[in-house]
Design a protein around this ligand. Structure first.
Ligand SMILES: C[S@@+](CC[C@H](N)C(=O)[O-])C[C@H]1O[C@@H](n2cnc3c(N)ncnc32)[C@H](O)[C@@H]1O
Length: 377
């Protein structure tokens, strides 16, 4: 029977105080090459790198093993993989790089979202940091510059080589590895998002927004559109022809990073004002689609409140879904046809009647019919 597998966190070139004897007694020490050479000279080494699964499976069969891993190994670390392979695991964490980064900034982080762009596509991490007030991103060598560039509007800072003599917290590339990217809005003493949850209400009534001349997606239509868009933390949603920005703002309220596009400057002003009222960030682009869409990062889902075939061609960049709302019946068939070249398409014409008081009772007040066309991959 193999014995207890011991995992020690490393920060500032040291294992946690008091755990040195565990390392001294170890027969086999596993970890990154550099940390093994620094902290376990003369021991049998198992380098954790290529073919990690097979290496760990062999490791848990051995006795007298200590694994060295950066920061808190149970936080975006090796404990996840090891705990699948053995129940006999003892972890002695060091402070996580995220804890140290926030400490260096003098910022509380109990209300931070921590996301990883380590070993995965960084887009969800970027979108999370575009939307949420306090976010830490774990990076991997080579992707920090592009993350910082994408977050330029959020004034990101990079905490690099923490716990080493080369430690630095700064905002100007180039950046040294390893590093953590931090976005945080100025402290006002409030806990920013706790508990993290979606709003208790959505498909808000029209009077929750400022709008002009009936140019707002009605609540019933918005409900169906939002259900199909499925906005959430980590997503990027486009609201094309945003008008009042009601769809954009609801997507942001549900956690997504949002870009709202309109060629009408009044629509952009209304969207900006409504976003402020609801306390959510929405990036606005004043320009005509499809040209205004070409340079935007790819969306997860797109809401098209207006625009012809050329807009749909850009909307087809959506990774998940496109929702088009149409009042003009003549546009329904061509829109379905065009979306069907890329997506599975469903369409529903909504005809809502709101009950309004009349003579001590209620009458049916008909809303204009709107066709909601959904394209889904
Ligand atoms: C696999 S994760 C491990 C995180 C680790 N368990 C922790 O608690 O810090 C690796 C990432 O952690 C961050 N990281 C680890 N050590 C760091 C250091 N000394 N300074 C800055 N970031 C560090 C980097 O983003 C790195 O790419």
């Amino acid at each position: 029977m193999p014995g207890t597998l011991c995992v020690l966190g490393v920060a500032g070139g040291r294992v946690p105080p008091g755990t040195e004897p565990l390392l001294e007694r170890a027969r086999v020490v596993a970890g990154g090459r550099a940390v093994l050479e620094q902290l376990a000279p003369g021991k049998e080494h198992v380098v954790l790198g290529k073919d990690l699964d097979a290496t760990l499976r062999a490791l848990v069969e051995r006795t007298g093993v200590v694994v060295l891993a950066s920061g808190d190994p149970g936080f975006f670390g090796i404990v996840r993989a090891l705990s699948v392979l053995t129940d006999d695991l003892v972890v002695h964490p060091a402070p996580s790089s995220v804890a140290v980064a926030f400490a260096r900034l003098g910022v509380a982080w109990d209300d931070a979202l921590v996301v990883s762009a380590h070993g995965r596509d960084p887009r969800a991490a970027i979108n999370t940091a575009l939307r949420h007030p306090k976010v830490a991103i774990l990076t991997q060598p080579g992707n920090t510059e592009l993350i910082v560039e994408a977050l330029a509007a959020r004034s990101p800072v990079v905490a690099e080589a923490l716990g080493t003599p080369h430690e630095r917290v700064h905002a100007d590339p180039p950046f040294a590895d390893p590093n953590v990217v931090i976005v945080h809005e100025p402290a006002d003493g409030r806990v920013t998002i706790w508990p993290p949850r979606t709003p208790d209400r959505w498909a808000l009534p029209e009077d929750a927004f400022a709008f002009r001349a009936g140019m707002i997606t009605k609540a019933e239509v918005r409900a169906l559109a939002l259900a199909a868009l499925g906005p959430g933390t980590g997503d990027h949603i486009w609201d094309v022809g945003c008008g009042s920005g009601s769809v954009a703002i609801e997507c942001a309220r549900l956690g997504a990073a949002v870009t709202a596009i309109d060629h009408d400057e009044h629509a952009i002003a209304l969207t900006t004002r409504n976003a402020q009222t609801h306390g959510v960030p929405v990036r606005t682009v004043h320009g005509k689609a499809p040209d205004a869409l070409a340079a935007l990062p790819d969306p997860d889902a797109v809401f098209v409140g207006g625009g012809g075939p050329a807009v749909l061609a850009q909307a087809a960049r959506a990774r998940r879904a496109v929702v088009v709302t149409l009042a003009l019946v003549d546009r329904i068939a061509p829109t379905i046809e065009q979306l069907a070249t890329t997506f599975d398409v469903t369409a529903t014409t909504l005809q809502a009647n709101r009950l309004k008081p009349l003579a001590g009772g209620h009458r049916l007040a008909a809303e204009n019919p709107v066709t909601v066309i959904v394209g889904r991959r």
